[in-house]
Structure formats: C-alpha cells, structure tokens
Design a binder for this molecule. Structure first.
Ligand code: FES
Length: 156
C-alpha cells in the first residue's frame, strides 16, 4: 500500500515537472519569437525583371482584390478592378511614402496616413500627394498566373 502511494506521488510529481517544463519552453518561445521576427529583415527586394505572383499572392488577390508584392526592390500594389482587369501601381504613396491600399467598394486607392485617394490609374483625387502613383505593366498569362514587369510608366 505505501508503495502504491509512493508511485502515485512520483507520477504526480513527474507530471507537474513536465507541465512546468512545457510552460517554461512556451514562455521562452513567446519572448524569443517576436524578438527574432523583429530582427529578421522583411523581404523587400523581389527578383529583378518580370515577377510572377506566387500561388499565395494569387489567392490573396482573389480573396481581397489586391495584394502588395515585391518587384525589383519596390512594393507594388496589384489589384483586380470591378471589370476583372489586373492593374499594378507603386504601393508607396508619393506624399511621405506610406503604403497605399485598394478599396474595392470605392474603386479607389487609399493612403491611410493623410487620407489621400488616388483613382485606379494612380492619379491623385484628393489629399496632399504631389504626384500620381507610377504604374507597372501587369499581364494575365494563359495559365492563370500574373506577371508584373518592372517597367514603370508615369500615370497621365
Ligand atoms: S503619406 Fe500618403 S497621404 Fe501622406
């Protein structure tokens, strides 16, 4: 009988040791993960030359109607308008460089920093940006993929 109690006590102690160890590892992970993620540089530079959207980027484009992708070291906003056309514009606001986003319900590109709006050709509609967003060439390919060419065109 005392042997059984001793075994139960040992099993309980082992279980508590395991729980303590697991929670210590989880706590350490919750501290280290954000630090490592902060220190790891974000992928800014895409490949030079034409850029194919990845499967994940295509899925995001399909779901949210826009995606921001790296093209030759620049962030490019790729959007699908109401007519299902693919357009690509520089995602960097020409005012102070914030990242713009597409508002599908308003058919507009919006910069949240100073509430600026651009039309889908990149022209400034309202707000402080001094210049339009430069445009990129975007092509839908036969296999359903999307190709962004780094050749920029200034919006008229
Ligand atoms: S940075 Fe975009 S409006 Fe100011």
């Amino acid at each position: 009988m005392p042997d059984k109690t001793l075994n139960q006590k040992f099993a309980r102690r082992s279980f508590l040791d395991f729980l303590l160890g697991a929670s210590s590892v989880a706590w350490l992970g919750s501290i280290l993960y954000p630090v490592i993620r902060y220190l790891k540089p974000l992928p800014r530079a895409g490949p030079s030359g034409p850029t194919h959207l990845t499967r994940e980027e295509l899925a995001k484009l399909e779901k949210e109607h826009f995606v921001i992708v790296p093209v030759s070291g620049k962030r490019v906003l790729v959007l699908q308008n109401a007519a299902q056309q693919i357009l690509a514009l520089d995602a960097k606001c020409t005012h102070e460089g914030c990242t713009v986003q597409y508002l599908p319900g308003e058919s507009a590109i919006w910069c949240a920093c100073h509430n600026a709006r651009f039309d889908l050709d990149g022209r400034v509609v309202s707000g402080p940006p001094p210049r339009p967003l430069p445009k990129y060439v975007a092509e839908r390919q036969e296999d359903g993929g999307i190709l962004i060419v780094a050749e920029r065109r200034q919006s008229e």
